[in-house]
Design a protein around this ligand. Structure first.
Ligand SMILES: Cc1cc2nc3c(=O)[nH]c(=O)nc-3n(C[C@H](O)[C@H](O)[C@H](O)COP(=O)(O)OP(=O)(O)OC[C@H]3O[C@@H](n4cnc5c(N)ncnc54)[C@H](O)[C@@H]3O)c2cc1C
Length: 318
């Protein structure tokens, strides 16, 4: 049993960006002694995406042509089970995403493999060690897997730097029996409601928290974000109150974001919020409380009334 197997993810736009993060985590494990790194692509058009995943550290790319035109969890499950049976990897890395959550836990349960989800760090010490939050992210737990056998780990998107550079991988197409693996039928693709934004792709996020105090202030903040070329995001209380959409929530139970700039107005910096934004390149916090925990992780901070700062920004960008 040796080697790292990354399960790449492909959606309508091609390879999902999280796949490069899985590869960098896999390459690090490989360097630490876990064995060679292979990337499996399971999709009808898998063969057309090999160049995108031929990144530094990848030794082999496995092209698994799915008989289904779109992602189908049972096809992915059967394919991954067959790959594990034939290759016996020490570790399988997949994204902590809706698609992977649809089949990787099932593979782990059926094969009695080790399993951890929502993992934010991995290392190798004769076996894989996975780090993840515990007790609402108040603690960081390290898990090891003493039983022998393959361990399946789902990595949180945004928690690892993406792999870069060209690799020199060999490409092969294992012959897997997937013909009648599908058990669900694709009925319809529903676009998210207009207005829902993908905050994970934004370079500049204006994030608002309970400090704005009044739902009527939200449109003002949206206008300010538009003026500044930022995307509006929020802490959970604003989502729970129905003031902004769930797609805009940053944090442990929301999205993990990695913008170049994260401007937080009236956000205290609770651990569950910070879990989703601590990897932002530059964090700027505005809070009237000098003791607010957000200042501990912000590169720039202003102890100020957020509305005064917002008014000044309106002027500057007006
Ligand atoms: C299991 C679990 C999961 C969770 N998941 C998430 C998550 O994904 N995302 C998330 O955000 N939270 C999450 N939470 C909630 C989290 O614990 C906090 O309650 C939440 O992040 C607080 O949001 P906030 O900072 O906007 O509000 P508060 O903590 O109330 O902070 C408001 C801040 O605004 C400041 N302020 C007030 N008025 C002004 C003003 N006029 N000018 C400037 N500053 C002002 C205050 O000083 C204060 O620091 C979760 C909690 C649990 C238990």
């Amino acid at each position: 049993m040796s080697g790292v197997l990354v399960v790449g993810e492909i959606d309508r736009d091609g390879i999902r960006p999280g796949t490069a993060e899985l590869i960098s985590a896999g390459a690090a494990l490989s360097e630490q002694g876990a064995g060679p790194l292979a990337v499996a692509l399971i999709a009808a058009d898998a063969a057309s995406h090999t160049a995108t995943v031929n990144l530094a550290g990848v030794a082999e790319i496995l092209v698994v042509a799915s008989p289904e035109p779109r992602f189908e969890a049972h096809v992915a499950q059967v394919a991954l089970e067959a790959l594990i049976a034939s290759r016996n990897p020490a570790v399988v890395l997949a994204g902590h995403t809706v698609d992977s959550l649809g089949f990787v836990p099932a593979v782990a349960a059926r094969g009695k493999h080790g399993f951890a989800s929502d993992v934010t760090g991995v290392s190798w010490s004769g076996g894989v060690i996975a780090r993840r939050g515990a007790y609402g992210d108040k603690l960081s737990a390290e898990l090891d897997f003493p039983a022998k056998g393959t361990v399946l780990v789902l990595l949180r998107e945004g928690a690892f730097a993406p792999a870069e550079g060209g690799g020199g991988a060999t490409i092969s197409a294992p012959d897997l029996e997937l013909g009648d693996a599908a058990r669900s039928e694709h009925v319809e693709l529903l676009e998210p409601p207009s207005g829902d934004v993908d905050i994970t792709k934004a370079d500049f996020l204006l994030a608002i928290g309970r400090g704005i105090d009044d739902e009527e202030r939200v449109p003002e903040m949206q206008e300010l974000a538009d003026k500044m070329g930022a995307t509006l995001s929020a802490s959970r209380p604003l989502v729970d109150a129905g003031w902004v959409s769930g797609a805009q929530q940053v944090g442990q139970s929301g999205k993990t974001v990695t913008p170049k700039v994260y401007l937080a107005l009236g956000i205290s910096g609770a651990v569950q919020h910070v879990a989703g934004m601590s990897k932002a390149k530059t964090i700027i916090a505005v809070n009237s409380d000098p003791e607010a925990p957000i200042f501990a992780i912000a590169q720039y901070g202003a102890v100020a009334d957020l509305f005064e700062v917002a008014a000044e920004l309106e002027q500057q960008f007006g």
